[in-house]
Unconditional design. Structure first.
Length: 329
C-alpha cells in the first residue's frame, strides 16, 4: 500500500477513534502525492530548480478518491529559472492539501536553490536545497467526539475534549541531487530533514523523513526523420519512495510521438495509472487517472490529476548549459 493511501487511511482512522471517544491526534501524517511527478518537478526533487534554464511555471491539481466522503484534494504551483550569476537555479513552490472536506489542511511555501555543476561535456549534476514554511491546521468544528453522544437522542452534549492547539507552523528543510546526461537521468531527495512536530495534543508526533529515488531514460526509436511529428521516443522510468514504515514503488513508461504523450504506470499493490498529454514546447497539458486495484477497488472513484506547464522565453544563454532531457509528465 503506497504512501498516499496510508496517509489517508491513518487520517480516517484517527477521526474514527475521535468520534468513538478516543483522543488520538498523534497519527503519523504522510505527504500528498502526484502521479504526474515530472509535471511537478520541484515537488519531486528540489534539484530540478532551473533545470530548463528559462523561466517555467507549473500548476497541478489532484482529486483523490472522489467517491469517498471527505476525499483528498491537493493543489500545487511553482516557478523556477536558471540564474547565471548564481551558477544555478532558483524556485518557489506552493502546495496545499485538504483532507476530510477541509477538516485537516496542510500548506507548504518553499524557496529553492539548486547549484549546477557540469562534470563533463556529457554529464551534469545539480544539488538542490529547499527551505519551507510548513503549516498544519485542524478545523475542530468539523469533528465529533464520543462524549457528545446520548444513546437515545444522538449528538446533544458538549465535548470535554480539548486540543492544546489547532494550528501548527514550523520551518522544514529538504535536499536533493540530480544527475543527467544526454538521454539518462536519475535523482535522490530527502524531505522533512527537521521532522517538524505535528501533534495537536500533549506529546510529540514528528512528520517522518521521506526519501525519494527516481531514474529513467529517453530512448529515440525513429532517428532518421527530422520532423517533430514523426519522432517517436520511449521513456522507461522508476520511482521509489519511503516515509516512515511505508514504501512505494512505481514502474512505468512514456511513449512520445511528436507532441502527443501517452503514459502507463503500475503503483505496487495500489493503482494502475494511465496518462495522456500534449507537449507543444512552451505549453504542456496532461491528464491522468489512477485506477484503484487495492481492496478498495471501484469504491474510491479512482483519482483525477491535471497538470499544466508554461515555458517562458528568456535571453540567449551566455555559456554552455545542458537542460535535463526527461518526460514532461
Amino acid at each position: 500500500m503506497h504512501i498516499s493511501t496510508m496517509r489517508k487511511l491513518l487520517f480516517i482512522t484517527s477521526l474514527t477513534l475521535v468520534m468513538a471517544g478516543g483522543i488520538t491526534y498523534n497519527t503519523a501524517a504522510q505527504d500528498a502525492q502526484f502521479s504526474q511527478f515530472y509535471a511537478n518537478p520541484l515537488y519531486l526533487n528540489p534539484a530540478f530548480a532551473g533545470s530548463e534554464r528559462c523561466p517555467r511555471i507549473c500548476v497541478n491539481f489532484r482529486d483523490q478518491w472522489p467517491a469517498i466522503p471527505g476525499n483528498f484534494v491537493t493543489y500545487s504551483a511553482s516557478f523556477d529559472r536558471y540564474v547565471d550569476a548564481l551558477s544555478g537555479g532558483i524556485g518557489l513552490l506552493a502546495e496545499q492539501d485538504k483532507a476530510g472536506n477541509g477538516t485537516l489542511t496542510t500548506t507548504n511555501l518553499s524557496a529553492i536553490y539548486a547549484y549546477q555543476l557540469n562534470v563533463s561535456r556529457e554529464f551534469t549534476v545539480n544539488a538542490g536545497f529547499q527551505a519551507t514554511y510548513h503549516q498544519l491546521s485542524l478545523d475542530e468544528s468539523k469533528l465529533t467526539f464520543g462524549d457528545e453522544i446520548d444513546p437515545v437522542r444522538g449528538f446533544i452534549y458538549t465535548t470535554g475534549e480539548t486540543l492544546i492547539r489547532n494550528s501548527i507552523s514550523d520551518p522544514d528543510f529538504s535536499a536533493g541531487i540530480l544527475g543527467y546526461g544526454r538521454n539518462v537521468f536519475f535523482g535522490f531527495s530527502a524531505d522533512h530533514l527537521t521532522q517538524p512536530d505535528e501533534s495537536f495534543v500533549q506529546g510529540a508526533a514528528s512528520l517522518p523523513l521521506k526519501y525519494t529515488g527516481h531514474a529513467g531514460a529517453m530512448i529515440p526509436i525513429n532517428t532518421r526523420s527530422t520532423l517533430q511529428e514523426d519522432q517517436f521516443t520511449l521513456s522507461p522510468n522508476i520511482l521509489y519512495q519511503q516515509q516512515g514504515d511505508f514504501r512505494q514503488l512505481d514502474l512505468g513508461f512514456y511513449a512520445i510521438k511528436g507532441s502527443l504523450v501517452f503514459g502507463f504506470w503500475y503503483r505496487s499493490g495500489d493503482a494502475v495509472i494511465v496518462l495522456i498529454g500534449i507537449d507543444k514546447g512552451n505549453f504542456k497539458f496532461g491528464y491522468s487517472y489512477d485506477i484503484t486495484i487495492s481492496p478498495l477497488t471501484l469504491a474510491t472513484g479512482g483519482s483525477d490529476e491535471i497538470s499544466m506547464m508554461f515555458q517562458l522565453q528568456c535571453r540567449p544563454k551566455r555559456h554552455t548549459y545542458r537542460v535535463v532531457n526527461c518526460p514532461s509528465f
